[in-house]
Write a new protein. Structure first.
Lengths: 470, 177
């Protein structure tokens, strides 16, 4: 056996259907114009080179010290609107956003020029703003939700049909696929590719908090055409606990996690390694100061290689509230993050390191086990040593009243940050619950949202106009 | 007309003939997908890479030099696009396929060894990995690999040698090169 055979064996993959690949390319070709002559191409190269030189000069000029915040004018936000729910850039040019419009429509839009222009790809009436969406690649995206509509006959409280909307060609065409009626209420969903997905739902009969632990797991292996109930509270003691299961996340076709919150607000993590059929509590080292007046919130794990991953854990401080006796008790409705920890694994999540306290109060994204980036109120910062030390935060030049709340990054230079003006979360009214359509809408003044981006590690920022969306 | 390419397809494609471009792509797109999969080891990403690389090829056909083969030029674009994909490692969740376990020791060992080779491939530099895949996995002659990667033949040889040294612990059989 030679190296070719060894490579063939190691890189086994079902044949790529040539016709499908060609079809996808030719469909997208219709939107483009070729550079008809070498001169045009050369001119393009010259422009790119000039831009490269310009960027290099700008970067060189700002390597150190950190660009002072007060020397940067606030980024102009001419297009800020309401309703940006989530976004993901799958390459330096291609990105997706999910926007909730004031008339109750959820809009999925896609850019192929780094956000200069957005094309509406899908509009759905009456979805909850909490609807999960998964932007897997430039071609594949999924939206999973319960659309408004008449409640199911003979099943009071069963909610509204869970539906999957899926595109395989960058949003040009979408298919909607229903989930079995007995799935009940959608809690969370995840897909690892266009075919393998899971749903975490609450059983139809458990339409109140007291029965909230009756959860079900459904799985599909054919792109949501067929669903199988693979687990539930009745078969898994881990799923039968009194804690509320809140989020499901898979990292492969077999391995996934569920996060939950118990009555005191602390999180628990559960793991499956057999595609959702069985679940066990994930053992983690003690983290932070759990217990009143603090809560521990565990996020689902992030993996940057098959073996290496991390979990971010936030310690939330619960505000004290005065009582009639003059004593303070925790006010569950008021809490703020006080400490951030990261736990890491090198064996696919079987064991986790002791929590490392991160000295930034921010959202953290991971490039690999060492290179991390954080965006918070004090600005953008990077670490080269797994969070042990951080660069001096480079402040974001935001207008007064705007704060960052999420980030996505291609590398340490090209970063997108979503920012908002107003107090989250927005309040929604669901309208008449069981007679006629649900009407989701903002109550009061909705916060404004916008995306800003940098291509030079935060030295300069500009608005990504979401004009016409939101 | 560009040498090594059928008929006047390149000229027609340059003039905006999409059917001609489709005919240029048809014989190479499957191989390009295999190369992309070897480079990024993710099927969905590989398909995306091929789509993006095809669009880039369409837009920049004017840069295909006289005497160059479309396939080598296109594989070079694919390899570059893979580098872009791998340079955006801020994936919140990395997708990877697990083995179809059967419980057999043999299968476990095979899978483990294959995983070693896949990991070793991913540890190579982009050009090293591309050179190995183009030459050994896709049977491209050294001069075509050099054309794809915009290197000299000597440069390709040196990268392949370096890569083979790095891959050796993960290979079952020694490779003479």
């Amino acid at each position: 056996m030679g190296i070719k055979e060894e490579l063939d064996e190691a890189l086994q993959v079902d044949g790529f259907p040539r016709s499908t690949l060609l079809l996808g390319v030719m469909a997208r070709l219709d939107q483009r114009t070729p550079d008809a002559t070498p001169w045009k191409a050369l001119a393009g190269v010259a422009v790119v080179m000039l831009l490269g030189v310009a960027v290099a000069i700008i970067r060189f000029a700002h390597v150190a010290p950190v660009w002072p915040a007060d020397h940067q004018p606030p980024v102009s936000l001419a297009f800020a609107q309401g309703g940006l729910l989530s976004y993901r850039f799958v390459s330096s040019q291609v990105g997706w956003v999910r926007v909730f419009e004031t008339d109750g429509r959820t809009v999925i839009a896609r850019t192929s020029d780094a956000g200069k222009h957005w094309e509406r790809q899908l509009e759905i009436d009456g979805l909850s703003p909490n609807t999960p969406a998964k932007f897997l690649s430039a071609s594949v995206a999924l939206v999973i939700g319960q659309q408004r509509g008449d409640p199911r006959q003979g099943s009071p409280g069963a909610g509204f049909p869970i539906t999957i909307w899926i595109t395989m060609d960058g949003g040009a065409h979408w298919k909607s696929r229903p989930v079995p009626a007995d799935a009940g209420y959608l809690i969370s969903a995840d897909f690892v590719d266009a075919t393998h997905g899971w749903l975490l739902s609450r059983a139809p009969e458990s339409n109140n908090a007291a029965q909230s632990s009756t959860v079900l797991i459904y799985a599909t292996q054919d792109g949501a055409q067929h669903w199988t109930r693979v687990a539930g509270s009745e078969t898994s003691s881990a799923l039968a606990g009194a804690d509320m299961k809140v989020r499901l996340n898979f990292i492969s076709q077999t391995t996934g996690w569920i996060t939950s919150e118990n009555l005191t607000g602390n999180s628990q993590l559960y793991v499956t390694r057999d595609a959702g059929r069985s679940w066990q509590a994930q053992h983690l080292p003690p983290i932070g100061d759990a217990g009143p007046p603090s809560r521990i919130h565990i996020d689902v794990p992030t993996f940057f290689s098959p073996d290496e991953g991390a979990i971010t854990v936030t310690q939330l401080c619960v505000c004290p509230a005065p009582t009639a006796a003059g004593l303070s008790t925790p006010d569950a409705s008021c809490q703020f993050p006080s400490k951030l920890f990261v736990l890491s694994t090198r064996d696919g999540g079987r064991t986790w390191s002791a929590p490392r306290r991160i000295g930034v109060n921010a959202t953290v994204a991971f490039q690999n086990s060492r290179r991390w980036i954080a965006v918070g109120a004090s600005g953008i910062s990077t670490s080269q040593d797994a969070g042990a030390s951080w660069s001096v935060a480079r402040p974001l030049p935001l207008p007064s009243g705007w704060t960052p709340f999420a980030l996505d990054a291609i590398d340490r230079n090209q970063v997108w940050v979503s920012i908002r003006e107003g107090v989250p979360p927005f309040v929604l009214n669901t309208g008449p619950p069981r007679s006629g359509p649900i009407n989701w809408h903002f109550v009061g003044t909705p916060p404004k949202f916008e995306l800003i981006t940098t291509v030079d590690s935060g030295a300069h920022w500009e608005e990504v106009p979401l004009g016409g969306l939101g | 007309m560009v040498d090594g390419n059928p008929g006047d397809l390149v000229d027609r494609a340059r003039a905006g003939d999409k059917r001609a471009f489709e005919e240029l792509l048809r014989p190479v797109i499957g191989s390009a997908a295999r190369l992309a999969f070897g480079m990024v080891q993710d099927r969905e990403e590989a398909e995306d890479v091929v789509q993006e690389a095809s669009l880039k090829a369409w837009r920049h056909l004017g840069m295909l030099r006289e005497g160059s083969q479309f396939s080598s030029w296109f594989f070079g674009i694919v390899a570059n696009e893979c580098r872009s994909v791998l340079r955006r490692p801020w994936r919140r969740v990395l997708r990877f396929s697990d083995a179809p376990w059967t419980g057999s020791t043999t299968v476990t060992t095979e899978f483990s060894r294959n995983a070693d080779l896949r990991h070793a491939l991913m540890a190579l530099t982009n050009k090293e990995r591309a050179a190995i895949l183009l030459h050994f996995y896709m049977d491209q002659p050294l001069d075509q690999v050099a054309a794809s990667l915009q290197l000299s033949v000597a440069g390709v040889k040196s990268r392949i040698n370096r890569a083979l040294r790095k891959l050796r612990p993960a290979l079952r059989h020694p490779v003479e090169f």
